[in-house]
Every structure is written in C-alpha cells, then in structure tokens.
Design a protein around this ligand. Structure first.
Ligand code: G4P
Length: 528
C-alpha cells in the first residue's frame, strides 16, 4: 500500500469544548454517521453516566467521567477519520493539552446558549499556540439560545478569530429546521428522530419551496445571509489552515441536525498529515521509514494486566505490528508485537498504521511522553518534546506510613515520568515532601489513587499557598528564596520553578526586580 496515498486519506483531529457543550454527544454522532455505531447511545449511557466507551479505570467508573483519552478511527467518504478524544470533564489535565499535539486540527463545540466558556478559551489558546486549524460548531440549536450574529461576534471578540459561517440555520435557536450551505446556497431540511438515535432524515429543498414552507424563518435567514455577504465573511481555506479564521457551522448534536455537514467539512477542510518537523527543524518525509512520537502514556487501563500503554502518533512511513523499532531516547530496540487500537474497553490488535494514525503500544515500560520511535533501517529522527504546561494547582505530598517511603518514592518518580502530575522538589527535602503540580485537580486524584493502589503507598496531599509558577534559573534563585511568599523548587530534569502565593505578588516581584528571570510557562517548547 502506498504510504502517501494512505496518509492523504487521514484526517486526525480532536473535539474541544467546555463540559456539557456536547462533545460526547457529537463524538457519538460522528461515529453514527461514520457507520461505526449502529444506534447512538453507547458512548454515553442514557442515565447521564458515561458508559463503557472510555471507562478504563475504576476511578472513572466511580465518578462517572472519562479521564483517559480515546483514539477512535472510523471510515467516512473514503477517508480514515482519527478522532482523538480529549477528556471533557470540569477538571481537565495535561493529557487534554497533549492530545492536541497529536492532532492536525480541532473542532470547537460551543453551546449556543452560552457561547465561549472558560475551558473553551484555555483549550483554544493551546490551539492558537500550535496554529492548529479550528472548525467551530454552534451546538444545541434545537433549543432556545442566543442570536446568531451575536454568537459570531463573541467568537471574534474573545478569540480574536473571525468566525466564517459555512452553514446558516433556518429557524432561530429553539425552532431549528435546517441549514443553508453558504457555499452553494442549498437548503437542507432535517426531520427529528427520537433522541437522534439514527441519522436524521434530510431533504434538499429548492429556494422557492423553502420560501413558501418556511415563511418568516426563511426570510430572516436570507436577510442575515445578505448581511454576511456584505461584510465579506466568506470561507477562505488558506486562512483556516493558518488559524486565522474559523469556518463555522450550526447544528444540534442531539437531533443530528447539521452533523453530516460538519463531518463533511472535516473531510474537506482538515488537512491530511504533513511531513512533520523534527527538533532540528527538518521535515521527516511522510514516505520515509516509520516514525512517531508518544503523546500519552496510560498505565493500568486493565487492572487484570497492570500494563502500560504508550499512545503514538504515526508521523511517517508504514507501521506494521511486530516490527522492531528504535526507542530514540534510550537507543534500545522496541518490539511492537502488542500494538492495539482502543475503542472504549475493547482492544483490537492493529496490524498496520499510517501517518496520522494513533497506535497504542502495550507494555511500553520505558517509554515516556514526548519520546520518538523510528524504524532502525532509516535515518533516526527526534521529534520536538511535548511541552509541559503551566501548573495552576500545587499540593504537598507525604506518604502516610513512613515504612512505605520506598514505594512512595518509586511511585512519584513513575507518575512524574508518565506526566500524570509534575513533581517539584525542594533540594533540601527531596522526596520527603515533594510538591505535586497540575493543571487540573483531577490529576491529583489520579495520582493518589495510583500511589495507593498500584504502588502500595497511601499518600496524603495537603494544600500549599502557591497559586502561580514561573520558570527561573540558578542566578535568580537565591534572591527569590529570600523573599516571603515565594519558593523555588526543582523538576526532575533540574529546571527550576519559582512559585508565588498570588498573581498579584508575582507581578510586584517582577516589577520591582526586573533583573530576575521569571519566564512564563504556558507554552514552553510549543513550537512544532
Ligand atoms: P460534554 O461531553 O461536552 O460534557 O457534553 P455531553 O455530550 O455529555 O452533553 C451534555 C448535555 O447536553 C447532555 O444532556 C446532552 O444530551 C445535551 N446535549 C448535547 N447536545 C445537545 C443538543 O444538540 N441539543 C440539546 N438540546 N442537548 C444536547 P444531559 O441532560 O446531561 O444528559 P442526557 O441525560 O440527556 O444524556
């Protein structure tokens, strides 16, 4: 099979949203439209609890949420669509960010009654840093919401990104009938089916009939469309690829209205994988030997196996299960006999994969987030590291039973390597009282759960006073350490983080001591 034509068929993206905007529902509907689900309802259980699709850990089941990210692949219109699931709960974690490093685009789902919400904004910023092309879906148009033009305006104002409507709703939010495709003026009218369990029946209706049957809703839509053409809001694929405008769609994931149009746009607009830049800024040709990088490591997905899966995004070449690849960081050979794709709890052996695909390597003991793997018969390659993100929560960790200190120490080192939490140490205290740092509180829950259940080291976490971190250096450390309300801790790689008790305090220290190194962390190493 030709690697280039296979790569060209791939569309690899993630859905980003604030919790409850409809990411899970939309994921399920994409699978329904892709023929990967017979009837909707299996990604998310009816009673509001997440069903089996990504409940890997007992903890997830207990909380009824999905912590781990799934990579789903399904065929659609001749393409192989890779949908990387970002955890969508209130407390998100670094995994959410890392997934975006493995994507070629993202779909931002907004609740039409709410517009841009805080978590959408955070995720959007990561997309912007990576210059990830972004499609926008205004969801829940089937129920009362805000005005179309006002929503477009909000995206433009808050994100600084022009929202360019590709489809336009006929009927206001709550009286949704169908969408007009602005590219050819066609009108698609939908019919509801119970809970959207099947593909929504649709009819292409000519303008005359639409005008007589839809009445005022049609007239309003036409007036709005005229207004849009006057301001020149037309789709420009180049601007989309450069993250300079976002093609926008209206719909309802629940009733399936507009879902097909959005998925079509994923196929038409999301770029196929490109030759990826390595750390030296050279592009690894798509048809070079196999290469990929690890964007996520998940341990203990299956308690009966206690195993560890490294998720790899394939960047070049053809991956074949069983091939021996080189693990870049250690230079050691790595056997890929246990390669899997994951669809919820089901593991399916994967025989081959191409650029854009995600492969899970089971029992990848030494493999860490950011590591590169490649075919030893071709030139070695190292892809840029995946950035660690500015932590916002800091907890002091202490083992409950000092007799278990060894286990505790091993556990936190492991969790740090996997990137479950960031571990910060005071050189004087070392592992006695490390500070665990995270971008979302749920990371702590996962860490303590694993310390206790996997490493046998019940751990107590207590809050610290720190609220914000900056990267600093050896020269600035002594002065910072002398200040009150500041501490300097180290990461395992020796880099130093200065922690401050408040953003206000940080601001003051910065303005009074301009000679100190206090670098922002939000997007360390994000180029690439
Ligand atoms: P999330 O993954 O982004 O957190 O959101 P999720 O899909 O779970 O959706 C959150 C809630 O919004 C769900 O309701 C879901 O049914 C509803 N929803 C999603 N899309 C639409 C839509 O297009 N229209 C309407 N009206 N509702 C939508 P729930 O009450 O939490 O759960 P359920 O009991 O309905 O499943």
């Amino acid at each position: 099979m030709d690697v280039l034509s296979e790569a060209n068929r791939r569309r690899t993206f993630a859905i980003i949203s604030h919790p409850d905007a409809g990411k899970t529902t939309l994921t399920e509907k994409f699978l329904l439209y892709g023929g990967a689900l017979v009837g909707a309802g299996s990604v998310k259980a009816r009673d509001g609890r997440r069903a089996a699709a990504s409940d890997w850990m007992e903890l997830e089941q207990k909380r009824g949420i999905s912590i781990t990210s799934t990579a789903l692949q399904f065929p659609y219109r001749g393409c192989a669509v890779n949908l990387l699931d970002t955890p969508g709960h209130r407390d998100f974690s670094e995994d959410t960010y890392r997934v975006l490093a493995a994507c070629d685009a993202a779909v931002m789902v907004l609740d039409s009654a709410k517009g841009i919400e805080p978590q959408t904004l955070k995720l959007f910023e990561v997309c912007r840093e990576r210059r990830l092309p972004l499609l926008t879906f205004f969801n829940k148009w089937d129920r009362p919401g805000r005005d179309t033009l006002e929503l477009l305006d909000e995206v433009e104002k808050l994100l600084g990104l022009p929202a360019v409507p590709v489809t336009w709703p006929v009927g206001f939010a709550g009286d949704f009938r169908g969408v007009i495709d602005r590219r050819d003026g066609s009108y698609t009218r939908y019919t509801r089916v119970a809970r959207g369990s099947q593909v929504a029946p649709e009819e292409l209706i000519d303008p005359e009939r639409a005008a007589s049957e839809e009445g005022l809703a049609w007239e309003t839509a036409q007036d709005e469309l005229e207004l849009l053409s006057e301001v020149g809001a037309d789709l420009d694929p180049k601007a989309f690829l450069a993250n300079e405008s976002t093609p926008t769609f209206f719909g309802s994931a629940l009733t399936n209205f507009g879902v097909g149009k959005l998925l079509d746009a994923v196929i038409e607009l999301v770029p196929p994988p490109e030759a990826r830049l390595d750390v030296d800024g050279q592009r690894r040709p798509l048809d070079a030997g196999f290469s990929g990088f690890v964007f996520k490591v998940q341990a203990n997905m299956d308690p009966s196996h206690r195993d560890r899966i490294a998720f790899i995004r394939v960047c070049s070449g053809r991956f074949e299960r069983g091939m021996i690849v080189t693990h870049g960081r250690t230079g050691k050979p790595f056997n890929t006999k246990y390669a899997a794709t994951l669809f919820g709890q089901e593991r399916e052996t994967v025989e081959e994969a191409y650029p854009g695909d995600v492969v899970g390597l089971v029992n990848a003991t030494d493999v860490r987030v950011g590591d590169s793997l490649f075919d030893p018969t071709d030139a070695p390659v190292t892809f840029p590291p995946i950035p660690s993100f500015a932590p916002e929560f800091f907890m002091a960790a202490r083992v409950r039973d000092t007799g278990r200190f060894k286990q505790f120490r091993r556990g936190i080192a492991q969790l740090d390597e996997e990137g479950v939490v960031q571990v910060l140490r005071d050189p004087e205290f070392g592992d006695q009282a490390p500070v665990l740092a995270a971008v979302g509180r749920l990371q702590f829950e996962v860490a303590t759960y694993r310390l206790e259940n996997e490493f046998g080291a019940p751990t107590e976490l207590s809050p610290t006073n720190y609220k914000v971190a900056r990267r600093t250096d050896e020269a600035s450390e002594p002065a910072l350490r002398r200040m009150r309300g500041v501490t300097v801790l180290r990461r395992a790689d020796g880099s130093r983080l200065a922690l401050f008790e408040s953003p206000y305090w940080l601001e003051r220290v910065e303005s009074e001591n301009p000679e100190l190194t206090l670098d922002r962390l939000v997007a360390e190493g994000m180029a690439g």
